[in-house]
Design a protein around this ligand. Structure first.
Ligand code: NAD
Length: 416
């Protein structure tokens, strides 16, 4: 696919699902576009005293299954089309894990690395002053995304409550725990990914206690995957990890806790004692049982897909596999756990946070893990059953499950 506009890509993916589902024209057209989108101009006083004007967005893609939900990105390349695409993907993600929410997303075009903490706070509060009439636990609930943090969520909640004159912790998720954040949010994305990997191993008759794995990208998602793979599956051998500074390999295994510690101490995985260097390209082509792409988009393309040897690919990153590569992996019999299923653990625990805020009663970490496991396992089973029934790869199957759920909600409401 040569089209690089992410919203056009999202629409093309939907078109393919609509055709496979035989969706009627009206429903198809309704699901191709955001139902509501807002654009704000935010004047913010910089520390220097000058005023800088930021362009900001909020897209509420589809609310048929419930209030919209989705992160807020602060990024220099943010455009209305990236926000629309991410809002569409959130709609399919909440539907595939069957939580009663729609999909939304927001963004501010800015470079957070050039902003001081006080400037970030003023930008966060300005965003809420502009967006507040369109947000609430019953309308649309933001969360952290690229370059936004629990601290930014805390400022946003505080501004919203100052406007409302009362407590509204559920209007935003990903908050610090003392302000109503949920236990278990930190590792939820990787944890959900390992739960669906465990289920995929059952389908493929693999012994989970005897698996090798490699991780591309060693940030939030990748580091938790390293330790949770062995914790949840009982054992396993981590043979390679990488970050933007390069990769390391040890055929006899790398201690997950020690490499996480090394990364925290040195800021990189390179130089880990007892390992040898490996390039990112080589890491992706290792003969391992499970590969966790946990860095960026387009890691697996038509150029390297034929050389991939992993038995299972668990996409913790968003968009690591191109559509051309998908076809090659499917033909090779590689079991791909597609991004909006594999990394849905994050939004699922965000939903748990919203639930806990609403009834003002907080769960233990054990409650969170048990509920997350249930949701992820059910989602996996629904998608796998669809893949077997329609003889399609798991990404197509995930689209079929989620689009048909959203379409059904639109129909029941009488919209189509
Ligand atoms: P992060 O910024 O914490 O980590 C990204 C890691 O990728 C870093 O270690 C970076 O060095 C590494 N990296 C960058 N370029 C690389 C390259 N070419 N080769 C190897 N490594 C490279 O980000 P994160 O939160 O861990 O997110 C990673 C991916 O997971 C993103 O696609 C993100 O959208 C997705 N995701 C994350 C969450 C979450 O809860 N953190 C939820 C859903 C999806």
């Amino acid at each position: 696919m040569s089209e690089l506009n992410p919203f056009k890509i999202a629409q093309t993916q939907l078109d393919e699902a609509a055709e496979l589902l035989g969706l009627d024209k009206g429903t198809h057209e309704l699901l191709r576009w955001p139902m509501r989108e807002y654009r704000f101009l935010l004047p913010v006083k910089m520390d220097s005293g000058e005023t800088k004007v930021f362009h900001a967005y909020r897209v509420q893609y589809n609310a048929a299954r419930g209030p919209t939900k989705g992160g807020l990105r602060w990024h220099p390349d943010e455009t209305i089309d990236t926000v629309r695409a991410l809002a569409a993907w959130m709609t399919w993600k909440t539907a595939v894990v069957d939580i009663p929410l729609g999909g939304g997303k927001g963004g501010v075009t800015c470079n957070p690395k050039e902003l001081s903490d006080t400037e970030k706070e003023r930008l966060a509060r300005a965003y809420i002053r502009a967006a507040a009439p369109h947000l609430s636990v019953h309308r649309d609930v933001p969360a952290p995304d690229v370059y936004t943090t629990p601290q930014i969520m805390a400022w946003m909640m505080d501004e919203y409550e100052a406007i409302a004159g009362e407590s509204h912790p559920g209007m935003i998720t990903g908050k610090p725990i003392p302000l109503g954040g949920s236990q278990g949010r930190g590792d939820a994305t990787a944890r959900g990914g390992v739960y669906v990997t465990r289920e995929a191993m059952k389908v493929r008759n693999m012994d989970p206690s005897n698996t090798s794995y490699a991780i591309q990208g060693f940030g939030n998602a990748g580091q938790f995957a390293a330790t949770l793979h062995t914790e949840i599956l009982g054992s396993g051998k981590l043979v390679a990890v990488s970050d933007s500074g390069g990769g390391i390999y040890n055929k006899d295994g790398i201690d997950p806790d020690k490499i996480v510690h090394h990364k925290k101490e040195t800021g990189r995985v390179a130089g880990f004692p007892g390992s040898e260097p490996i390039s990112n390209e080589e890491l992706l082509e290792l003969n391992v049982d499970v590969l966790y792409p946990s860095a960026l988009e387009n890691a697996i393309t038509e150029t390297n897909a034929a050389n991939i040897k992993a038995k299972i690919i668990c996409e913790l990153a968003n968009g690591p596999t191109t559509p051309e590569a998908d076809k090659i992996l499917f033909e090779k019999g590689i079991f791909v756990l597609p991004d909006f299923l594999a990394n849905a653990g994050g939004v699922t625990v965000s939903y748990f946070e919203q639930v806990q805020n609403t009834y003002n009663y907080y769960w233990t970490i054990e409650d969170v893990h048990a509920q997350l496991d249930l949701r992820m396992t059910n989602a996996f089973q629904a998608v796998n059953a669809m893949a077997e029934k329609k003889k399609v790869h798991m990404r197509s199957a995930a689209y079929l499950v989620s689009v048909s759920r959203v379409a059904e909600a639109c129909k029941l409401r009488g919209w189509v």
